[in-house]
Design a protein around this ligand. Structure first.
Ligand SMILES: Cc1ncc(COP(=O)(O)O)c(C=O)c1O
Length: 398
């Protein structure tokens, strides 16, 4: 008898794409929309990276390559890990991936049986929840409290660990809040994972996107990814390479061996010319990356300051990534209502915080990977909308 699998019914995707689709529909009807919903840089990939791929294609790098990844690229990742995190992983710890998203699924699939529990940040990246459900495991949400600057606390994690817990996911800088965890907070989390003997998956895709005096630290330095820590990174954000689909994992050899087999089974390998681009991204000049960060910093400052001048909005200054996550409870509306009204009435596309888990409710996410003029226009539109709302509410109660 024809029927869909239980696993497929548990695939939830990324709910934010629903808002993009709706915005595109309104645009097709002639409405002007400012897009702040998807975490995709408005910059194109730096030319030296593009040219590295072009050269590789011209040189005939058009074949299958090792499922582990191209040797030169993996060596580059090893050295980059040494420079940024202070340890040189062994070659059999490094696996190249078609995007960091894939690493999340691979980790859950290889580490969790149906019914086992995975601790996830909430608010957090929706792929975590979907991958866990899809594998029949249970997502247990660790609250990232606003009063703690949305940084995960070991005490909150400890309360949620049971004998079914297999894995904890941390993400610093965090999507959707931009929060950067401190060295001590990450050390406490790492110690707890070792004490309870659970894996720690550290999603560091925003590691190169840190502002001001915030410090990037990685729990991978403590065990050098030899026993408990699996480190994930990707090229999409800092190098503006979302469309290239490139990431890498570093982890304990036995875990990586399994993930390698999974990758071999599902996608054979990552395209070799894409890996040549990745090598250039890491080894080549970093001026373009710094220039993008300078612009993100300016945009962040303008956006957060502007949001804090809007009635009903209250926004913390994010230390990394490119998202602002204001609390909108002062509007008297839910996050879904605010997003829908901002889209329909103000032409600004945002994502409700509840798309990132229940603890995200009462907030909305705005991505500032868009030009300054659009950010200023969006602030203008949101302010006019919020002032009208405020006036109507107060007028009605008079
Ligand atoms: C926290 C986090 N992890 C992973 C990813 C996936 O990135 P990639 O484009 O490399 O699949 C994203 C993308 O938005 C993200 O925000």
């Amino acid at each position: 008898m024809k029927s869909l699998s239980k696993a497929s019914m548990n695939i939830h995707g990324q709910p934010m794409f629903k808002y993009l689709d709706r915005a595109r529909k309104l645009e097709a009807e002639g409405r002007s929309m400012i897009h702040m919903e998807i975490g995709d840089p408005d910059f194109t990939t730096p030319p030296n990276i593009v040219m590295a791929a072009v050269r590789a294609l011209a040189e005939g790098k058009t074949h299958y390559t090792s499922s582990w990844g191209d040797l030169e690229f993996r060596e580059t990742i090893r050295v980059a890990t040494y420079n940024s995190r202070g340890f040189l992983p062994d070659l059999n710890q490094v696996l190249v991936l078609p995007g960091a998203n894939m690493g999340i699924f691979y980790a859950v699939f290889c580490l969790c049986d149906p019914g086992t529990e995975v601790l996830v940040p909430d608010p957090g990246f929706a792929t975590y929840y979907s991958s866990i459900k899809m594998c029949g495991a249970v997502d247990v949400h660790v609250p990232l409290r606003e009063e703690h600057g949305f940084r995960m606390q070991a005490d909150d994690v400890r309360k949620l660990i049971t004998d079914k817990t297999r894995l904890l996911i941390v993400n610093s800088p965090n999507n959707p809040t931009g929060a950067v965890m401190t060295r001590q907070e990450l050390k406490d989390i790492y110690d707890l994972c070792v004490e309870k003997d659970i894996y720690l998956y550290t999603d560091e895709i925003y590691s190169r996107m840190i502002y001001d005096d915030y410090e990037f630290t990685s729990p991978s330095q403590y065990d050098q990814c030899k026993s408990h820590v699996i480190l994930s990174n990707g090229f999409s954000k800092a190098f503006a390479m979302t469309g290239w689909r490139l990431g890498a994992l570093i982890g304990p050899p036995d875990v990586m061996e399994r993930m390698y087999m999974l990758l071999q089974t599902t996608s054979s390998c990552v395209s070799p010319f894409i890996q040549s681009a990745g090598t250039e991204a890491i080894r080549g000049p970093q001026d373009a990356v710094y220039a993008m960060m300078d612009q993100y910093r300016e945009r962040r400052n303008a956006l957060v300051s502007g949001l804090n001048h809007i009635p009903g909005f209250r926004c913390q200054m994010p230390g990394g990534a490119f998202y602002a996550f204001p609390n909108i409870t002062g509007t008297g509306l839910t996050d879904v209502e605010v997003c829908e009204r901002l889209m329909d009435q103000a032409g600004v596309v945002t994502v409700p915080g509840s798309c990132f888990g229940d603890y995200g409710a009462g907030h909305i996410r705005l991505c500032y990977a868009t030009d300054m003029q659009s950010i200023k226009s969006a602030l203008h539109r949101i302010k006019a909308w919020a002032e009208k709302l405020w006036w109507e509410e107060n007028h009605a109660s008079m």
